[in-house]
Design a protein around this ligand. Structure first.
Ligand code: 5CA
Length: 438
């Protein structure tokens, strides 16, 4: 992509309303623009990040056997009256009337709707278990939207829902999602620690939040720091096997959010040297809630002996838009963002260090085309800005690699490659550069 033909409205100064690094950097790097409190436009570079995050989420959910569908953002109030949550949900729910005075709502979550879909679609016990998920916008009329997309009002969530014949099955579904979440966040370049958590408005009696440790996080957490060194399950993890040992390894070390913190247990179980009390960003939360929704909504199947069996459920959320901010919180420095490869909006940036120079422009164009032919997405700064401004801009938007094409390097037959996160530089020929990313 030529920058001279792109749309990247970066900001020179730090916006006054931004209190944390990710909010400041998302605005300055031209990723998002606030259209209303807690409501953002995702500008082209920011949308590319969302799509990269979605891709990893889909790959890991599909690998774990979940099946994607897409539900509407608008839901009938009557559906929520079936579960009793319409009134209980509170002021966060955006309630709407259509032209026929029908009561609708902008969905904050979809347990009721997916239960209605499964109630109608599953006719035999043989069809279970199933895990259905979507990646869809949600609305929660937060009292105090803040920190940019971290606590928005309209936000993008992966929400998944499992359906089983009994509690044992539902707990296995929960374990599969626990593992899939460990893999998903690790692939996105963040260390998200599963911590016991409150179940809140979703319900149930078992829940884990996945927390990315960050001083600016809204979650207050206590853990045994050895949990930070546990190995993330590999791509060959057997989702049909017994995941109990793996879950036990990840839940035997103390890790809890403050609302379920057990101080006595923490003091007894966690040696002083391993105690870590810090803050974090909740990037995902999983819940087991049994028949909380199937009971009031009569979602059931007939068993071989003719008895009716209520479905046992769980729900599993990932904050896709929140992750864009959380990744920046974990991966930035004074010069700007330093995207992990998997979440970066482009794989690398090409900087023409001498605007107007025919030789550097030709080599940039050739690199851009050959990299594209190998499926490598490059953002080529072909603008007439000074080299210094181009370097600062590339550091701000944080592409993981920068290729600098300048007259002196070309005189020696080389271009310069810089790794954004470490600042490490190397010189290599254009051919060797293309080969490195082939
Ligand atoms: N206001 C918000 N802005 C941005 N992301 C949010 C917001 N509220 C929640 N999230 C993200 O969405 C994830 C799931 O939300 S949740 O309430 O915990 N869970 C659910 O809604 C369940 N129905 C999961 S299917 C959270 O872990 C968080 O990462």
């Amino acid at each position: 992509m030529r920058l001279s033909r792109y749309f990247l409205p970066t900001l020179k100064d730090n916006p006054a309303e931004a209190q944390i690094a990710s909010h400041r950097l998302m605005l300055r790097a031209g990723l998002v623009r606030q259209e209303a409190a807690g409501i953002y436009a995702w500008l082209p570079l920011g949308l590319r990040v969302l799509r990269r995050i979605e891709r990893i989420v889909r790959e890991e959910l599909d690998r774990a056997g979940a099946i994607e569908l897409l539900m509407p953002t608008l839901q009938l109030a009557d559906l929520w009256r079936e579960s009793g949550r319409y009134d209980a949900y509170g002021p966060e729910m955006l309630r709407i009337r259509d032209r026929h005075e029908r009561e609708l709502l902008y969905g904050p979550t979809n347990e009721e709707m997916v239960t209605e879909i499964v109630r109608a679609g599953v006719t035999s016990w043989r069809e279970l278990p199933r895990n259905l998920y979507q990646i869809q916008w949600k609305f929660r009329d937060e009292q105090r939207p803040r920190f940019g997309v971290m606590r928005g009002r309209e936000f993008l969530m992966k929400d998944g829902y499992s359906f089983d014949l009994d509690e044992a099955g539902a707990r296995r579904s929960y374990q599969r999602m626990f593992v899939a979440y460990l893999r998903t966040f690790a692939r996105l370049g963040v260390k998200a620690i599963p911590m016991r958590a409150e179940t809140g408005p979703i319900g149930g009696d078992l829940s884990h939040e996945f927390i990315v440790l960050a001083d600016t996080g809204e979650s207050d957490v206590y853990c045994d720091r050895r949990v930070l060194d546990l190995p993330v399950p590999g791509i060959d993890v057997d989702y049909d096997g017994d995941l109990e040992p793996l879950i036990r390894a990840w839940t035997s070390l103390y890790a809890a959010t403050s609302d379920v913190h057990d101080a006595a247990r923490y003091d007894a179980d966690v040696p002083e040297a391993h105690r870590l009390r810090t803050r974090g960003i909740e990037v995902g939360q999983i819940f087991y809630f049994g028949t909380r929704y199937s009971q009031p909504m009569r979602a059931q199947v007939t068993m071989p002996d003719g008895s009716a069996r209520l479905l046992h459920g769980g729900s599993y959320g990932i904050g896709v838009s929140r992750l864009a901010g959380a990744i920046i919180e974990a991966c930035h420095d004074d010069a700007g963002i330093a995207w992990p490869d998997a979440a970066a909006p482009f794989d690398l940036g090409i900087v023409d260090a001498k605007a107007g120079d025919a030789a550097t422009a030709a080599v940039c164009g050739d690199l851009h085309a050959r990299l594209a032919a190998n499926g490598v997405d490059a953002l080529w700064d072909d603008t007439d800005a000074r080299a210094g401004a181009k370097f600062a801009n590339m550091d701000l938007i944080g592409l993981p690699w920068q290729v600098v094409v300048g007259p002196r390097g070309l005189a020696n037959g080389v271009v310069e490659l810089k790794r954004r996160a470490t600042g490490e530089r190397m010189e290599l020929s254009p051919d060797d550069l293309v080969a490195k990313f082939a």
